[in-house]
Design a protein around this ligand. Structure first.
Ligand code: OAD
Length: 235
C-alpha cells in the first residue's frame, strides 16, 4: 500500500530506555535553561557548563539500551519492501544500537565532536572540555556535534526532498514544539502523504495529522510496525 515511509522520532522513543525527555515535568528543560546549555551564546558565555551538560548526557546515553520501539523500527527498515527513511531529533545512538542502518540525525549526535574553528568532525571522547584539541587545526574549539537553537539542523535538503516524495509520514515521541521538525507533517500533507502520530499524548501539532495512536512507544510502535508489514504483505 505504501512505497516510501518517512519516520521522525523524538525524545519520547528513548524515554523507556531511561533517557529523559525535554518538556515533561521532570524533563531536561525543567532542570536547565535552554539559553545556557543549548545555544551558541550559552556556549560562548560558559563553555565548561555546556561541556559538562553534554558530557553527562553522553555518559548516560552510553549506558542506555534500545527498547522495543527502536527494535521494531530497525525490523521495519530491514523487512519493508519499500523505502523507510528514519529521521531523528535524538542525539543518542539507540536507533543504531537497535540495528538501524541509516539514521538522519537532524540535531546531531553525542557521539561526535565538532571544531567550532575549522568545522572538522571526529568521534567524541567520553569527555570534552575547554582544553580538548581539534585533531586537524589543533585549536581548543572542540564542541559537541549537536545542533543548538539558532543553528540550522543537519540533512535538511535530503529530508525535505524525502518528505516531498513520501506516501506515509509518521512522527513518534515528539512534542511538536520545535521547528523545522514540527513542520514536517505539513510538508508531508502537501505532498499527499498520509500522516500518523504515535505519542504518549497528543502533541502540539496533533490536529494536523490524519491519524494517531496514543500510548507508550514500546507498545504502540511494535504494534504499528506489525500492522504495516501485515498490510504490505497482503497487497
Ligand atoms: P520533548 O521532550 O519536547 O517531547 C517528548 C514527547 O514524547 C512528548 O510529546 C511526550 O508526551 C512523549 N513521550 C514521553 N514518554 C513517551 C513514551 N514512553 N512513549 C511515547 N511518547 C512518549 O522532546 P522532542 O519533541 O524530541 O532539540 O524535542 C524536540 C527537540 O527539543 C529536541 O531534539 C531538543 C529539544 O530542545 C535541541 O536541543 C536542539
Amino acid at each position: 500500500m505504501y512505497d516510501k515511509v518517512v519516520i521522525l522520532t523524538g525524545a519520547g522513543i528513548s524515554a523507556e530506555s531511561g533517557l529523559g525527555t525535554f518538556r515533561d515535568a521532570q524533563g531536561l528543560w525543567a532542570q536547565h535553561r535552554i539559553e545556557d546549555v543549548a545555544t551558541p551564546a550559552g556556549f560562548a558565555r560558559n563553555p565548561d557548563l555546556v561541556q559538562a551538560f553534554y558530557n553527562a548526557r553522553r555518559a548516560q546515553a552510553a549506558l542506555a539500551q534500545p527498547n522495543a520501539a527502536h527494535l521494531a523500527l530497525a525490523q521495519l527498515q530491514s523487512s519493508f519492501p519499500g523505502e523507510v527513511i528514519l529521521v531523528t531529533q535524538n542525539v543518542d545512538a539507540l536507533h543504531e544500537a537497535a540495528g538501524s542502518m541509516s539514521v538522519l540525525h537532524m540535531h546531531g549526535t553525542l557521539a561526535g565532536a565538532l571544531c567550532a574553528s575549522c568545522n572538522h568532525r571526529w568521534p567524541a571522547p567520553p569527555e570534552l572540555s575547554s582544553n580538548s584539541l581539534c585533531p586537524q587545526c589543533q585549536s581548543t574549539a572542540a564542541r559537541p556535534d549537536v545542533v543548538w537553537f539558532g543553528e540550522i539542523p543537519y540533512h535538511m535538503d535530503r529530508i525535505l526532498s524525502d518528505l516531498e516524495t513520501c506516501d506515509l509520514f509518521v512522527a513518534i515521541g515528539t512534542s511538536g514544539q520545535v521547528y523545522p521538525a514540527a513542520g514536517f507533517v505539513d510538508a508531508a500533507t502537501a505532498a499527499g502523504a498520509k500522516t500518523i502520530e504515535l505519542n504518549l499524548e497528543p502533541s502540539a501539532t496533533h490536529s494536523r495529522f490524519d491519524d494517531a495512536r496514543f500510548g507508550r512507544a514500546s507498545a504502540i510502535v511494535p504494534a504499528w510496525v506489525a500492522e504495516l508489514l501485515d498490510e504490505r504483505n497482503r497487497d
